[in-house]
Design a protein around this ligand. Structure first.
Ligand SMILES: [Zn+2]
Length: 438
């Protein structure tokens, strides 16, 4: 298996260096048979460094004692399926539920970070903790899954740049400025219409600008998934490095506030200043962000779901126990299972749309595996299904090189540029935006 992988890698990586039509054409004339083999979707997929920027498996490690060598057991990600689908790098989400862990955000953050590290330490033959583009490439060469970490929700830093720096030191390489909750310095699309929640004036408070600057200085990717539109645009103005959306889709195809308008897609592509090659939007696989039909069905079902949850809560109260996040999640999943899953082509439409609007250099994959209760398009249940994306893209005319960009090359480019900007900023005097530097 590994040898075969290596051979296809050698076969396919060569033409990647050759640019221009004449060279490609010459190659076809010389070895038409080989060319066919080289460009098979399987060979292209296996030659790529495949990077997924969002999986919530981390909570399973902590809350369920789940191990990456376990069978999926209702989840989406494990070592076996990662290997099958040639997944090269996973950004494990460090997500702290804001109500459940109020007053203990940093503690929960540290526990989740530790859990990812424990998994990497436990499986040294198959996994490797990674904190840089070079680490991702090393893991790829060694046929290991590179394990990276991204914090989902700025509330984890508890309004402290010191904690932000600590998380960076522990290996965290992106932070989603907000989850579904606004945090006082950045606003979320999840509660922006709620008048009971305090919001910033301009999308980022003065301290919020400090956070973005400090992330740029450290070399932590700035992630704008989940933020409100205003926070999105303000962040792009402030950030000196290109931004990522670690798990978002296109609003033109599915009207979710978490998805991005065409203008936002183009803005991400232009993010990072004049000399930047621009940021990347990593497409979320969640059915309700992928497909409008699924979203409509989910909306129609909502009153029924709300009632069922209210009944469940009342029942739990009568029995003198508290309802857990898992209880509600299970109930929501039961309802979701009644809605037909969208076809895989809807997910490909998302990638295709972003590639057409923002450019093929600005789209990638951010599955949200283990974070969406199995609500993914048909046939997309684990990383073992990722080769289907490559096959579908090639069927639509995407070249091998374009596929490799989408599968992970674009994210690697942004990650590298974020590091370059970090080095530049570390050589400059740090501007004082607010007095709150700790
Ligand atoms: Zn999320």
């Amino acid at each position: 298996m590994r040898i075969r992988l290596l051979i296809s890698l050698l076969l396919v990586s060569l033409p990647a260096f050759l640019s221009g039509q004449s060279q490609a054409h010459k190659k076809t004339e010389k070895a038409p048979h080989k060319m066919t083999r080289q460009t098979s979707p399987e060979a292209v997929h296996n030659s790529a460094i495949v990077i997924d920027t969002h999986a919530d498996t981390t909570q399973r490690f902590v809350d369920e004692g789940y191990d990456m060598s376990d069978p999926l057991n209702g989840g989406n990600l494990n070592l076996e399926t990662a290997k099958k689908g040639n997944l090269g790098a996973e950004f494990f989400s460090i997500w702290v539920e804001p109500n459940l862990y109020k007053g203990h955000y940093a503690r929960r953050t540290l526990i989740l970070i530790d859990a990812v590290k424990q998994q990497a330490a436990k499986h040294p033959k198959d996994m490797m903790l990674a904190t840089s583009p070079e680490d991702i490439e090393k893991a790829h060469r060694e046929h290991k899954l590179a394990a990276l970490m991204g914090i989902e929700g700025g509330h984890s830093i508890e309004d402290s740049l010191a904690l932000l720096r600590d998380y960076y030191d522990l290996g965290v390489r992106y932070m989603t400025l907000t989850w579904s909750n606004s945090n006082g310095w950045a606003d979320s699309s999840g509660d922006i219409d709620d008048p009971a929640v305090p919001h910033t004036q301009e999308g980022l408070s003065e301290f919020g600008k400090d956070v973005v600057y400090e992330m740029n200085r450290l070399g932590m990717m700035v992630d704008v998934s989940h933020v409100s539109d205003k926070t999105f645009y303000r962040t792009l103005v402030i950030s000196r490095a290109p931004a990522i959306a670690s798990h978002s889709g296109a609003r033109a195809l599915c009207d979710a506030p978490r998805n991005m308008t065409d203008d936002m897609l183009r803005a991400i592509a232009r993010s990072g200043g004049q000399d930047s090659k621009g940021g990347v939007v990593q497409v979320n696989f969640y059915s309700a962000f992928v497909s409008q039909a699924y979203r409509n069905a989910q909306k129609a079902q909502k009153p029924e779901v709300d009632k069922a949850i209210a009944d469940l809560k009342a029942k739990a109260r009568a029995e003198g126990r508290q309802l857990t996040y898992e209880d509600i999640s299970r109930m929501e999943r039961d309802f979701a299972d009644k809605i037909p899953r969208p076809p895989l082509s809807d997910l490909i439409d998302q990638i295709d749309h972003i590639a057409k609007v923002a450019g093929v250099d600005h789209v990638g994959l951010g599955s949200d595996f283990d974070g969406v209760d199995g609500q993914t398009p048909q046939g997309m249940d684990s990383p073992a299904d990722l080769p289907k994306i490559t096959a579908a893209l090639m069927e639509r005319g995407y070249s091998a090189e374009d596929c490799r960009k989408i599968l992970g090359g674009n994210l690697l480019r942004v990650f590298r540029e974020v590091q370059t900007v970090s080095k530049q900023l570390q050589s400059e005097d740090r501007p004082k935006i607010t007095d709150k530097q700790e």
